[in-house]
Design a binder for this molecule. Structure first.
Ligand code: GLV
Ligand code: MN
Ligand code: MN
Length: 429
């Protein structure tokens, strides 16, 4: 079979249409998980998936599954998908590209009248970003059994609003069970979100696995006191201590290359310019592709906290809230991505995912891999996140062909060797 290409203009138009929901002034998107904007994006996606002939199911954690039937519905589907939620200053492509690539695969299968043996299923996973509700990858994590449904429904955002209540409010607490999901194979398409494909001038990243992560909530308690009357040697300043901790997180990551360490969230109490800060809440995010190195980073963080408590008198409560070890993807799925990229004539390289992805948790219960495409200057989680229609077409075409390798073509209206329309005469069908 000749490799097929998807419809570049249709994929791009859909991305641009979806990006209007939660559009920001700087050209990005703010569509936090389970907000009204997330609901609007979900509604639009379901409308499109139905128009493409898919049936829709929604599970108890709000994941949306759109299914294009296969010839043998007793077989597990070949799956794809990603997320529609974004960071507060997110771009137009992180996650959305993976969801709409799945939709474009279905639309392309329809264009060619391709019947597959396995059904094809596109998932929209709930709260992949972990920004409004921590941790990340919740929808796929519940399905994989990493999290219980109840613990996720009980998570709260920074204002104390419960995830389960938001799911009900936006009408996406579905009745499909979160257990028993199966895929014959699963692929997720995503912008790389890093600099490597661009630096190496490659069109496709063949993703061989994802790095491990450890997340923490940290509370530092010092003593509020007057900024003008408390001598420097008598202060227990929680913010100064937090500053030392933040620098230590950076140093720990730098000592464990290619590890990453980030403090991205902080609340300062009482946040008044003439009161010494008494309480700080902050987040720590540590990542490494090697689990032993990630453990070493964890041990150094704990030692740093002990040292800072002894040196400053600030009390520090370090609460681990999330851990997963580095995840290797499935050899056959990796080969399906690599082979499809080669068949299409795209330059490609193997790559490890630095970000968390739903595919990492899907790989707990199904053979999985991912397709990466470049993004401008490697920038993501930023409103200026940028890619091109050609890069999207390439990634989505690799997805289409990788999925077809696994889903098996039964028949088509197009001669797939010649890409010409097969004219069926009445009586021959
Ligand atoms: C999700 O985008 C993550 O990697 O933090
Ligand atoms: Mn993403
Ligand atoms: Mn993201």
């Amino acid at each position: 079979m000749k490799p097929l290409k998807v419809n570049k203009a249709r994929l791009w138009d859909s991305l641009m249409e979806m990006a209007k929901i939660g559009a920001t002034e700087k050209g990005g998107c703010c569509r936090l998980a389970l907000t009204d904007l997330d609901r609007q994006a979900r509604d639009l996606y379901i409308q499109w998936a139905k128009e493409a002939g898919c049936s829709i199911r929604i599970d108890a954690v709000g994941n949306i599954m759109a299914t294009r039937p296969g010839e043998d519905m007793s077989l597990a589907p070949v799956g794809t998908g990603s997320h529609l939620d974004t960071q507060p200053t997110g771009g137009k492509f992180d996650g959305v590209f993976g969801v709409l690539s799945g939709l474009e695969v279905v639309r392309s299968l329809n264009d060619h009248g391709i019947k597959t043996r396995h059904p094809v299923e596109i998932s929209v996973w709930t709260n992949e970003e972990g920004s409004r509700f921590a941790p990340a990858m919740m929808g796929s994590g519940v399905v994989s059994g990493r999290f219980t449904l109840q613990e996720i429904l009980d998570k709260t955002d920074v204002d104390g609003i419960r995830l389960g209540d938001e799911l009900e409010r936006i009408g996406y607490a579905g009745d499909t069970p979160v257990t028993g999901r199966e895929y014959h194979a699963f692929f997720e398409t995503h912008i790389e979100q890093g600099p490597y494909l661009e630096a190496e001038d490659k069109v496709i990243g063949v993703v061989t696995g994802g790095q491990g992560q450890r997340w923490y909530d940290v509370e530092l308690t010092g003593q509020e006191s007057h900024a003008g009357t408390t001598p420097m040697h008598l202060r227990t300043d929680a913010l100064t201590c937090a500053s030392s901790l933040i620098l230590a997180v950076q140093a720990i990551a730098q000592q464990h290359k290619p590890g990453c360490g980030t403090v991205g969230f902080m609340q300062v109490m009482p946040n008044s310019r003439n009161t010494i800060p008494g309480k700080i809440n902050l987040s720590v995010d540590l990542r490494h592709p090697d689990d032993a190195q990630l453990s070493a980073m964890d041990a150094e963080l704990i030692k740093t906290v002990e040292r800072l408590v002894a040196e400053t008198g600030v009390q520090i409560h370090l609460k681990p809230i999330w851990y997963y070890a580095p995840i290797p993807f499935d050899k056959n799925c990796i080969e399906a991505v690599r082979g499809s990229a080669a068949d299409l004539g795209y330059s490609h390289m193997d790559i490890i995912a630095g970000a968390g992805h739903d595919a990492c948790y899907v790989s707990d219960f199904a053979p999985t891999s991912m397709v990466f495409t470049p993004c401008l200057n490697g920038i993501s989680h930023n409103e200026i996140e940028s890619t091109t229609p050609e890069e999207c077409e390439a990634g989505c075409s690799v997805l289409l062909n990788a999925m077809l390798r696994m889903a098996e073509v039964v028949s088509a209206d197009t001669d797939l060797e010649e890409e010409t329309l097969v004219l069926h005469r009445v009586g021959e069908l």
